[in-house]
Design a protein around this ligand. Structure first.
Ligand code: ADP
Length: 157
């Protein structure tokens, strides 16, 4: 059984994340979407809210499991007995940041592998930050997020 971990803050989950998760779920038996507590990020949604939104989006897909975690990602990966991470790579800025992260993960857990997936071109410039900004100023985000997430954003506004 090959399991892959897709970690992130998901504040909130966007269609760009959904696309990566769906593609990963075709390559692996199980995808664990690992929602990071990210206490330093001052998130719009609480950890429980972010987990709830991801669960709602994938509620009919049993091979996509959603879990929250705090602390080091490599400790979570060890606890889940999984050593493959998926990350999305949108821009060269993502690339530099992700290269640094993956190098550190290798130091902390030598058996870990990071796999990078390019975004679907429709979502190449989509980020949770942009979605939050547009939604908080009353813009329509239904093209970029699941309807459940769009409603949660409206309730926050
Ligand atoms: P983090 O705080 O760890 O960057 P995010 O929730 O912002 O968490 O993103 C999680 C992962 O999803 C990262 O690998 C990021 O590059 C990727 N990602 C974010 N948005 C997109 C998108 N539109 N297309 C593809 N990958 C994306």
């Amino acid at each position: 059984m090959k399991t892959v971990i897709y970690p992130g803050t998901f504040d909130p989950i966007t269609n760009g994340h959904v696309d990566i998760i769906q593609r990963a779920s075709k390559m692996f038996n199980q995808v664990i979407v690992a929602v990071a507590e990210s206490p330093r990020k001052n998130t719009l949604f609480t950890l429980d809210e972010r987990i709830d939104m991801v669960r709602e989006v994938f509620k009919s897909q049993p091979n996509i499991v959603v879990k929250g975690f705090s602390g080091l990602l490599v400790d979570f990966a060890k606890a889940e007995n999984a050593n493959i991470l998926i990350r999305g790579l949108r821009t060269t800025i993502d690339f530099e940041y992700e290269l640094g992260l993956s190098t550190m993960y290798q130091k902390l857990m030598p058996e870990i592998e990071s796999l990078f997936l390019p975004p679907n071109e429709k979502y190449a410039f989509l980020s949770s930050t942009i979605v939050r900004e547009v939604a908080l100023h009353g813009g329509d985000v239904t093209e970029f997020v699941h309807s459940y997430v769009a409603n949660r954003l409206i309730n926050k506004g």
